[in-house]
Design a protein around this ligand. Structure first.
Ligand SMILES: [Zn+2]
Length: 273
């Protein structure tokens, strides 16, 4: 839903191929793609990319400030005798996939700008753009779910003064059956923010998005305690969930648009080190 709403809300100055039904369908299809990589039939793939779906900010921030480059973060974690897969790699993965998308847009521009008399064949680059946009959407969608940003990802641990659930069901109950049964695209679309292109460096902007999402961790638990994710839930829980989905769709739209816009910038120092 997030992928489809995001691509449907792109402004008219993105290339027309992104607004075709075929592109929308493919980008929507790719939303769950990284979860298809979590099968026990592909154990190596599962192991390496399962941590890219989440980040436990409480743990990550013991290494603050977080570096924008994945290997710099991993080196710090290993040096502390810890493992990155126990902390999560969400913002690095989202950053890198976004950069892949930007590269594909840049190639599209290069092909589309083929000189007079040359027939520009942009189809191959268009297909790359569609793939990267759909792939990116998975992480942005995961990031809109507050429980992907916390050690409290599936049942409260540690001191529990509010008596939040400790059972390992809240995560999927909220994002899975409750959303499927109660949230329609129109409700989410109505809550999307106006276009707000991502400015500056992508990593801090994306990290800020995850931190904003993480401010709602306790709210998810509070709503669960009030029966908000059983059956039809409550008006409050449906509103909250629509707003979270809308935050994801808005961010994905803004990131795709930013990749398009910034792909026009010349590559600095193209032959340099
Ligand atoms: Zn995921």
């Amino acid at each position: 839903m997030i992928n489809r709403l995001a691509v449907s809300a792109l402004p008219p100055d993105v290339p027309a191929f992104l607004r075709t039904t075929a592109a929308r369908n493919e980008i929507a299809y790719l939303g769950p793609e990284p979860d298809r990589w979590r099968s026990s039939a592909e154990p190596e793939l599962n192991a390496v990319q399962a941590p890219e779906h989440f980040i436990d900010l409480e743990l990550a921030d013991t290494f603050a400030p977080l570096p924008a480059r994945r290997l710099d973060f991993e080196a710090r974690v290993f040096a502390a005798g810890q493992r990155p897969e126990k902390i999560g790699l969400q913002p690095w993965q989202a950053t890198e996939v976004w950069e892949r998308l930007k590269v594909a847009f840049r190639e599209y521009r290069r092909l589309a700008a083929a000189g007079p008399g040359k027939e520009a064949d942009t189809l191959a680059a268009e297909q790359a753009v569609v793939f990267y946009a759909g792939w990116l959407g998975h992480y942005v969608g995961d990031g809109s779910q507050p429980l992907h940003t916390t050690i409290q990802y599936n049942g409260w641990i540690g001191p529990n003064p509010h008596g939040f659930t400790t059972s390992h069901q809240i995560h999927w109950q909220f994002e899975g059956p409750f959303v499927a049964a109660n949230l329609r695209p129109e409700q989410v679309q109505a809550r999307m923010t106006p276009l707000h292109p991502v400015e500056g460096e992508i990593f801090p902007a994306y990290l800020a998005y995850l931190r904003q999402s993480s401010t709602y961790v306790e709210e998810v638990y509070r709503l669960e305690k009030a029966g908000g994710f059983v059956g039809q839930g409550t008006a409050e829980s449906r509103d909250f969930t629509a707003a979270r989905l809308a935050a994801g769709a808005s961010m994905l739209r803004d990131m795709i648009y930013a990749a398009w816009v910034t792909s026009a910038q010349p590559v600095p120092n193209p032959f340099g080190k």
